[in-house]
Structures are given as C-alpha cells and as structure tokens.
Ligand binder design. Structure first.
Ligand code: ZN
Length: 90
C-alpha cells in the first residue's frame, strides 16, 4: 500500500508538471499570436480585372505570370504581395 502512495504522489507531480508546461506554452503562443502575419499573394487578370487571392509561395514576385484566367483565358499575373494580420484565436 505504501508503494502505491509513492507512485500516486509521483503521478500527481507529473500531472502538475505537465499542466504548468502546457500553460506556459499556451501563454507564449498567445503572446506571439498578437504579432503573427500571413503573407498573401493577389493575382490579377490584366484583361478583365478578375482577381484571386492565395497564400504566398516561395518564388512569388510582382508581375510573375500565373495560371490562366478562368473567365477569359488570359495569363494572370501577380499584382500584389502583402501581409495580413492573422485574426486572433477565440
Ligand atoms: Zn480574365
């Protein structure tokens, strides 16, 4: 019975340690989250002005030819690359 108590105590200590480290991680993540940005790329069709937004990909640059426009078939080009603030988690 005594052995069980020691293991129970160790288990409680382990759980407390896990909870405290979890809380620390959550607090750190929240602090970082305030200044988190996401890079977006806006591609636009020069012919009919149709535009699409997608996540930035490595190698993207302004005026880079992209896929064909789904409306008129003209080659769309990257119009703008910008960063948007990620909405705070609720
Ligand atoms: Zn078009």
């Amino acid at each position: 019975m005594q052995g069980l108590d020691v293991y129970g105590l160790l288990l409680i200590m382990l759980i407390l340690f896990l909870i405290s480290s979890l809380l620390r991680t959550l607090l750190e993540r929240r602090r970082v989250g305030k200044e988190e940005y996401e890079t977006k790329t806006l591609i636009k069709c020069p012919k009919c002005n149709y535009s699409e937004e997608r996540n930035f990909q490595v190698g993207d640059y302004v005026l880079k030819p992209e896929k064909k426009c789904p409306k008129c078939g003209e080659t769309m080009r990257i119009h703008r690359i910008y960063a948007v603030k990620i909405a705070s988690r609720k």
